[in-house]
Design a protein around this ligand. Structure first.
Ligand code: MG
Length: 381
């Protein structure tokens, strides 16, 4: 029996890597649906190759273009609700969630509510609504399989170990492209510089997040929910070679690490094959070729976004939702040239000072907090 799989965000970097894993295991999967933003050309070739039943696109123009070229049997959806509709209408064994930002929350939650395995690559839904997603997964018996390389590493190290045996989680960070820069140098960073990551090839938003270390901050909050470990027990260590993907220290002082070359197809394949491991035609790690593995303390002063994320994670409640929304607004403004690089942390910090508590809970409360935080953040641009 081939596993039915839905890939949300199929034309992005994770989506394409995911389809590559499917391509190398053709007997294991049936791609039943794809969703993408507006990259019609890429989507057309994906439809021709994987023959999904349903496809959803974000923009009207992409939809009308696709209508002309897509094969007759393919049902086309358009709009922001498309990914959620795909998940709700089609039965599948795995939903890959790789939509950038807060936009991926509703579809991720729908997958969990159906008891489907959620292979999650986008950290924003867990940061915004970690408690809600994890409680819902428990209730509906859904497995959450992390695709983020650090969380895949932690997941593998924690295999069958109860939470009580964990002393701490240690997330590694490449340090990003500006690891060695002074505060003064950081002040003049341009979008083009921030978009060059030394180790990983990724989408724009996450690449900027990596450079500010907000990505690591979001990952700490993500880990807090995925593995039910409090923020105090999660550490970050800078490891420029990106070979050790993360570590777990147990109560007996034993430390487990997961290593590998930086290639997203490894964590993707594990999330899809779990609890099995499938052979992959990927390069082997040669430690003698890597030569050395370095580790440093992160600098919270030069990279205040990491501190802001820790603060929001510790504060709990809707603070991480506000943090995430403010960060999305600030990063977008930076990429469009409307905000300087150090302004990103400033906007987030000012927005977090304005948090208001809400009467409504659940998804509704989270969406309301997200909207309020965006509105607040825009005032500080
Ligand atoms: Mg990561």
């Amino acid at each position: 029996m081939r596993r039915k799989i839905i890939i949300l965000g199929s034309t992005g970097s994770i989506g394409k890597n995911c389809l590559d894993v499917v391509r190398s295991n053709p007997k294991m999967f049936d791609v039943v649906a794809l969703s993408a933003g507006s990259n019609v050309r890429e989507l057309e070739s994906q439809i021709a190759e994987f023959k999904p039943k349903m496809v959803s696109v974000a923009s009207e123009s992409a939809w009308s273009q696709l209508k002309k070229t897509a094969p007759k049997g393919v049902e086309l959806l358009v709009g922001d609700a498309g990914p959620t509709e795909l998940v709700e209408r089609l039965n599948s064994e795995v939903v890959v969630s790789a939509i950038v930002g807060a936009a991926g929350l509703s579809s991720a939650l729908s997958a969990v509510k159906k008891g489907t395995r959620l292979a999650i690559a986008n950290k924003e839904p867990l940061v915004m609504a970690g408690d809600l997603i994890m409680r819902s997964a428990k209730k509906h018996g859904a497995t959450i399989a992390p695709i983020d390389s650090e969380h895949s590493a932690l997941w593998q190290c924690l295999h069958k170990e109860p939470a009580g045996r964990v002393r701490k989680l240690i997330l590694t960070s490449s340090g990003g492209p500006f690891f060695g820069m002074t505060k003064k140098q950081l002040a003049s960073v341009t979008p083009a510089q921030a978009l060059k990551h030394p180790r990983w090839k990724m989408g724009k938003k996450i690449t900027v997040d990596s450079s500010t270390m907000m990505n690591k901050g979001l990952e700490v909050i993500e880990a807090r929910w995925l593995f039910d470990v409090p923020m105090e027990k999660i550490e970050v260590v800078v490891h420029p070679q990106s070979i050790v993907h993360s570590m777990v220290e147990f109560v007996d002082s034993s430390v487990m690490a997961q290593l590998g070359l930086p290639d997203m197809r490894t964590p993707i394949a594990y999330a899809l094959s779990f609890p099995d491991r499938w052979p992959a035609k990927l390069a082997s790690l040669s430690l003698s070729e890597v030569g050395r593995l370095d580790f440093f303390q992160p600098d919270f002063r030069r990279f205040p976004c990491l501190q802001l994320a820790y603060d929001a994670g510790r504060a709990g409640g809707l603070a991480p939702t506000w943090l995430n929304a403010a960060n999305e607004v600030a990063v977008e403004a930076f990429l469009e040239g409307g905000l300087g690089y150090v302004g990103i942390a400033r906007v987030i910090g000012k927005t977090l000072d304005k948090i208001v508590s809400l009467k409504v809970g659940g998804l509704e409360g989270i969406m309301e907090a997200d909207a309020m935080a965006r509105e607040t953040a825009r005032k500080f641009l």
